[in-house]
Design a binder for this molecule. Structure first.
Ligand code: FAD
Length: 265
């Protein structure tokens, strides 16, 4: 069985800074990490390998050369093989062009039985790429997995939506998107790190390698155009009340009264 986990390198920050002139994300000086849900997807794949035995776990990313560091981390955690779709022609891709490129890379490294993705990335945050990959490949998709039971021929997925629990199964090949509730990702071990740097490495895939249609990748293949991006301004300033317990409690009461936030007696 061959499982491929798609992994996106994302900026490690909630403090998104935007270049006011260009409206694009400022990435310089911001450390990059593996998208958190992708770590859970990788953990799910490693657990399936431990349970079923004869399973190969491959990780795949599309991004600039530095995304290779995140794939190296996945190899240290236990993935068997890593591919980075990396080409200037992929730059400026929206979710559709990203999904198409990843789908074509998956075709290149086929046969693939199960594709695992994070449900959404913490920067782009659209949750579109997983389902779009499944559409490009014409395979079944199951989203927001909180439990995965895989066998050689099928996959059964459980997910929760408030009070409702859903159990869905699909024949393989299939794609499943994974949420954080599914597991606790493991830590890297010295043995895993040594094996990754000694025996494994990241293989690059260019647009030529994966035989893409040039009109469907990068900026040219992106039907979305971002008109404006901005960080919302904070509308209210905090107020600090100094003093002992009595002054503090009266201060809070008077503030709440002034704002009309206390119930009328
Ligand atoms: C017009 C336009 C131009 C853009 N230009 C750029 C640009 O120049 N540079 C840039 O960095 N971004 C750019 N983006 C953002 C880019 O489209 C998204 O980062 C990307 O498509 C993923 O979308 P998302 O972050 O919403 O992922 P989601 O759909 O939320 O991600 C879900 C899951 O899909 C998988 N996934 C997503 N992206 C990747 C990936 N690249 N590799 C492997 N797995 C992945 C992961 O498993 C992830 O957990 C642009 C977006 C638009 C709309």
């Amino acid at each position: 069985m061959h499982i491929v986990v798609t992994i996106k390198q994302v900026p490690d920050t909630n403090e998104v800074r935007i270049d006011k002139k260009t409206g694009t994300l400022i990435r310089e000086g911001v450390p990059a990490i593996m998208n958190p849900e992708d770590k859970h997807a990788l953990e799910a794949a490693l657990c399936i390998r431990e349970e079923l035995g004869d399973v190969k776990v491959t990780v795949l990313s599309m991004g600039p050369p530095q995304a290779g560091n995140t794939l190296m981390e996945a190899l240290c955690l236990g993935a068997d093989e890593a591919f980075l779709a990396c080409d200037k022609a992929f730059a400026g891709a929206d979710t559709l062009a990203t999904a198409y490129t990843l789908a074509m890379a998956l075709k290149k490294i086929a046969p693939v039985d199960l594709v695992l993705c994070g449900s959404q990335a913490i920067d782009g945050d659209t949750a579109q790429v997983g389902p779009q990959i499944a559409e490009c490949l014409g395979i079944p998709q199951i989203t927001y997995a909180e439990r995965i039971k895989a066998s050689e021929k099928s996959v059964e997925v459980e997910s929760g939506f408030g009070a409702v629990r859903r159990r869905v199964s699909a024949d393989l090949p299939a794609l499943v998107t994974v949420g954080k509730a599914i597991n606790r990702p493991r830590y890297k071990t010295m043995k895993g790190i040594a094996a990754a740097f000694r025996d494994k490495g990241v293989q690059l895939l260019t647009s030529q390698d994966i035989k893409v249609n040039p009109g469907r990748i990068g900026l040219t293949g992106s039907p979305t155009s971002v008109k404006k991006t901005f960080v919302p301004e904070l509308g209210r300033a905090g107020r600090i009340i100094d003093g002992g317990p009595e002054t503090l409690s009266l201060g809070i009461i008077h503030t709440l009264e002034a704002e009309n936030l206390l119930p009328k007696s």
